[in-house]
Design a protein around this ligand. Structure first.
Ligand code: ADP
Ligand code: GLC
Length: 471
């Protein structure tokens, strides 16, 4: 077995802000079948319950420098040592991953993740781990390829970009905290500003993103890489797209420990019971024939909220109920709250991050709304398929790679091409009408639940990529 060091800022079930955590939790174990043994490295956040997860301090510790300041770290691990955690209270002892309780980004985020990356490099340099490939994820780990080069370590590096919108800008003061060798590698690459993602694109041996379609769009649509279009064009020979998978031992109505009524493709009766439970949870009348539409997301414009907000009032004449679970931009929260107050029997909004409730929405809703402007992969629409909760999506990125538009005979959901309010409105109306036709609904649910997006498909592709990087 070859060794992979899988480095990410979040990893489920220990720490999670979004889909990155699900990928970091799901992909590494699936690599075993392809002869790769991966060790996860992530920070030990204050919110991680060490007792519950039986995490223990190991004998590994060290010191890394940011400028003249020395910072100590200790490595903790889980029972089978598949997960290593970087302990340092000053940087990670607090609860949030990136933001405080009010949703504000921590002012020292760059420092926190510089530190984290330095620890990854220190562990390799001191041979505590000898990876064939260091698999970095997003901008929080995108400096590792150049940091390794600066200390003459030559493990192969892969950078997976989960979203080009977030790039990790840093200031010249922060640049000053890096070593002279690191600065010498940054200077010829950095354009006008220091940008961790740009440096990662440059120095990683390979770069991939999380669906083939998003990879294609990124090469074609300048705005979608938020200033990195030219850089990406220049590295396109080492750039590809691999579709994410799903951990079906966790996101599966057959085994889901978060829901009361289990079901599967052979017998979907439990879905009706979950729907009633969801309607009760939302303080709605229990109405088996009303189409319930669910949405779970970070509340940011890119997830399509401007369109949703535009058309929700137009849908209130129809036999439909909407449940939103999400936290994020205050303007979106306020709008959803306003709608829920105006239409309490048809719209419910829950602010916050609630894993069990996310599972109940997946299990109890009939349709799942995900009209993102762009979507690198998107996981909730894939989870929805398994729960027979038919996705309504914009044909973009991973949404287009995973949801097939219903044409009256085949398909697993409903999609629209032009990203505007009218197209979304028409698609939701079409979805509700189709849902109300029992024969079409049952066929769609069967089609959706039979789809298989297990991690093994992606793991096979990552293993082939690792192999090509090793040689
Ligand atoms: P992104 O990573 O862009 O936020 P994904 O669809 O890839 O989008 O993944 C989002 C993940 O985060 C899913 O597992 C989803 O269930 C979860 N999630 C997002 N918001 C919430 C929330 N408010 N409560 C519970 N889970 C959430
Ligand atoms: C990012 C993307 C999302 C993707 C997830 C996991 O957060 O926004 O589309 O599914 O990462 O790769």
């Amino acid at each position: 077995m070859s060794q992979i060091l899988f480095v990410s800022a979040e990893v489920a079930p220990y720490s999670k802000a979004g889909g990155l955590a699900d990928v970091a939790g799901g992909l590494p174990p699936a690599l075993k079948a392809y002869k790769y043994n991966a060790t996860n490295l992530s920070p030990l956040y204050g919110s991680i319950n060490c007792q519950k997860f039986k995490l223990k301090e190991t004998t590994i510790s060290g010191t890394v420098y940011l400028g003249k300041d020395a910072y100590l770290y200790k490595i903790w691990s889980n029972d089978d040592e598949s997960h290593w955690f970087v302990h340092n209270d000053e940087f990670f002892g607090r609860n949030g991953i990136y933001t405080d309780a009010r949703g504000e980004g921590f002012p020292d985020n760059n420092l926190r993740f510089f530190f984290f990356q330095k620890v990854a490099v220190d562990l390799i340099k001191r041979a505590h781990i000898n990876p064939k490939v260091v698999h970095c994820n997003d901008h929080h780990t995108a400096l590792i390829p150049l940091m390794l080069k600066a200390v003459n370590e030559n493990a192969a590096t892969l950078l997976t970009v989960h979203n080009f919108q977030y790039q990790g800008w840093f200031s010249s003061d922060e640049f000053g905290l890096l070593t002279q060798d690191e600065q010498n590698l940054i200077n010829p690459v950095a354009t006008q500003h220091y940008n961790a993602m740009e440096l990662g694109l440059h120095y990683a041996h390979h770069v991939n993103t999380v669906s083939p379609n998003y990879a294609k769009e990124i090469l074609e649509i300048p705005d979608w890489s938020f200033g990195l279009f030219d850089k990406i064009q220049s590295i396109k020979d080492k750039f590809s797209g691999i579709l994410n998978g799903v951990d079906y031992s966790y996101w599966n109505p057959q085994y889901d420990s978060h829901i009361e009524h289990r079901f599967d493709v052979e017998n979907t009766f439990g879905k009706k019971l979950n729907k009633a439970a969801l309607q009760v949870h939302c303080s709605w009348p229990v109405a088996p024939d009303t189409a319930v539409i669910g949405n779970i997301s970070r509340l940011v414009d890119a997830k399509g909220y401007p369109l949703i907000i535009d058309i929700l009032p137009d849908l209130m004449e129809l036999d439909v109920q909407f449940v939103f679970l999400g936290t994020g931009m205050e303007a979106i929260q306020n709008k959803l709250r306003e709608f829920a107050n105006a239409y309490p029997k048809k719209i419910a909004y829950f602010n916050g991050y609630d894993e069990p409730f996310a599972h109940l929405i997946e299990a109890g809703a009939d349709l799942f709304l995900m009209p993102s402007a762009f979507e690198p992969c998107g996981l909730n629409q894939i989870y929805s398929l398994k729960y027979g909760t038919l996705p309504i999506v914009h044909e973009t990125g991973g949404l287009a790679d995973t949801v097939e538009n219903w044409d009256g005979e085949t398909g697993t959901g409903f999609s629209f091409n032009q990203h505007n309010s009218q197209a979304l409105l028409e698609t939701i109306v079409r979805a509700i009408q189709t849902y109300q036709d029992k024969k079409s609904r049952e066929k769609l649910i069967q089609n959706a639940m039979k789809k298989d997006f297990s991690w093994s498909f992606a793991a096979k592709k990552y293993a082939a990529l690792y192999k090509s990087l090793e040689s």
